[in-house]
Design a protein around this ligand. Structure first.
Ligand code: SF4
Length: 463
């Protein structure tokens, strides 16, 4: 039994419901095909001619979908292949996409954030990664203190490759770990040793990478309290700057790879909550700051500093220290955000490639935000990032009377107040220390779409 527990298991379970992760609002399941290339071109033009285009640097997300082998828990948009020619062809398509976009944006736009995600970005060999970086450097101006991050599969990278990534300009790494237990690793078909990861982390620190993040998953097949404790212990010995700890959501009807996982090998919902409880306690004891949702960071990491100073933001890569700005999504299935709209590229690589070969941007759906969406987005992001909503700020920015416009939402918040998850004094809604663990459920109160969708079967549970 854990002492000093920060939030009770009962409350965690009571508010554990399916819901979005709010990397955007409205969430991507609300994007429509009627919002396509023509509307995206308008929003690019609007940026080019407005002061925003001059003053606010861009962020870029690039999706590299290829992986050499399948992890059975995977819910990502990926392509498992041993055919490297596919990666070479894909690089050509990325080049086409950048060449089509730049005239609409203006050459040499400043970029303060780049994130290569996947799939496995390090499926690309250094030669192709280098070409991709050169393409981005020719088209955009990388800001000197920018955050240039790449997701790394430790099985695909050695110390020499880390040096090469650093030389290309990457200064942040995110390593997928999930679990260190050999049996769990075999059950999810992803085997990598602690020593392998330890060597990479030592090298990354020596080279000068600003921040190293590790991803873990609880609720995987064959995980037990004891095995999870050993994994947490090994991870905390490595002392990453940031940690993301996700709950495994078993949705085999939606994600085919998960059909390899036998449901009877999974920990129960109650065991899962105990694993989360254990992680929260151990991370707190080890001095990590809880950033929000699934994210933790050392007190001196930029995310912790931003949280203390009320400067946290949220975008498609999760929490960020950079102010919200326009985000270009490049590659298959990538999502972008431009002004008050979101767009998404084709999800299938053949469709993505075909559109580009016909000289078209590969955007296939999106959404233009209404006034109501904008007000709700401000509230949801303020809750998720600052844990605080000043009613007067929303009233002034969105020209509405909060207590009338959101009367039913304020009534719903009473259940959270009763359990000590929020405080509300009539002027400010404040998420309490315990409330941070369930901030998604609190934010969902203001989500018009999710409130009208009783089943929410397309979302995973919060824990
Ligand atoms: S979890 Fe990551 S590395 Fe594994 S198959 Fe999915 S995208 Fe590829």
């Amino acid at each position: 039994m854990l002492t000093n527990m920060i939030i009770s298991k009962d409350i965690l379970q009571q508010f554990d419901m399916p819901g979005p992760r709010y990397t955007s609002y409205p969430t991507a399941d609300r994007f429509v095909e009627a919002y396509g290339e023509a509307q995206y071109l308008d929003s690019l033009k609007e940026r080019r001619v407005s002061p925003r285009g001059m003053m606010s640097p861009l962020s870029i997300y690039i999706h590299i979908p290829f992986c050499a082998s399948l992890c059975y828990y995977c819910a990502c948009n990926k392509i498992i292949t041993g055919n490297y020619q596919k990666a070479i062809d894909y690089l050509d398509d990325l080049q086409r996409e950048v060449e089509l976009l730049v005239p609409h944006l203006g050459q040499g736009q400043a970029v303060s954030q780049i994130h290569l995600g996947g799939g496995t970005p390090t499926f690309f060999k250094d030669k192709e990664l280098h070409e991709l970086v050169n393409l981005l450097k020719a088209a955009f101006q990388w800001q000197p203190n920018g955050e240039f991050a790449i997701e790394v599969d430790p099985r695909t990278v050695d110390i020499e490759r880390l040096h090469n990534l650093w030389a290309m300009g990457f200064n942040r790494l995110s390593l997928g770990i999930q679990d260190f237990d050999p049996q769990v690793q075999q059950a999810v078909h992803r085997v990598q040793t602690v020593d392998q990861v330890h060597a990479l982390m030592q090298a990354a620190r020596a080279i000068g990478f600003v921040s190293v993040n590790l991803d873990l998953i609880y609720g995987l097949p064959l995980q037990t309290q004891a095995s999870w404790q050993r994994t947490l212990h090994a991870v905390l010995q490595l002392r990453p700057d940031r940690l993301a700890i996700y709950g495994y959501a078993h949705l085999p009807a939606r994600f085919k790879p998960q059909r390899h996982i036998h449901v009877e090998s999974l920990p129960s919902a109650s065991q899962k909550t105990s694993m989360l409880e254990m992680a929260l306690q151990q991370l707190q004891d080890a001095g990590y700051v809880y950033i929000g949702m699934d994210h933790f960071a050392l007190p001196e990491d930029g995310l912790s500093v931003a949280k203390r100073q009320g400067r946290l933001h949220r975008n498609f890569q999760g929490y960020s220290t950079r102010p919200d700005g326009d985000l270009l999504g490049l590659g298959v299935s990538a999502i972008g955000s431009m002004g008050s709209s979101y767009v998404q590229n084709a999800k299938l690589i053949d469709d993505y490639s075909d559109l580009l070969h016909h000289g078209k941007l590969p955007v296939v759906k999106g959404i233009g935000l209404t006034r109501d969406d904008l007000a709700r987005r401000s509230i949801i992001m303020a809750l998720m990032c600052q844990g605080r909503v000043e009613l007067a700020d929303i009233e002034q920015s969105h020209l509405l009377e909060f207590s009338t416009y959101f009367a039913s939402e304020l009534a719903q918040l009473e259940a959270f107040a009763k359990h000590g998850l929020i405080e509300f004094d009539g002027r400010v809604i404040t998420v309490t220390a315990n409330g941070w663990y369930l901030v998604r459920a609190i934010a969902m109160v203001f989500d018009k779409y999710v409130q009208s969708d009783e089943k929410r079967t397309h979302f995973s549970k919060i824990l």
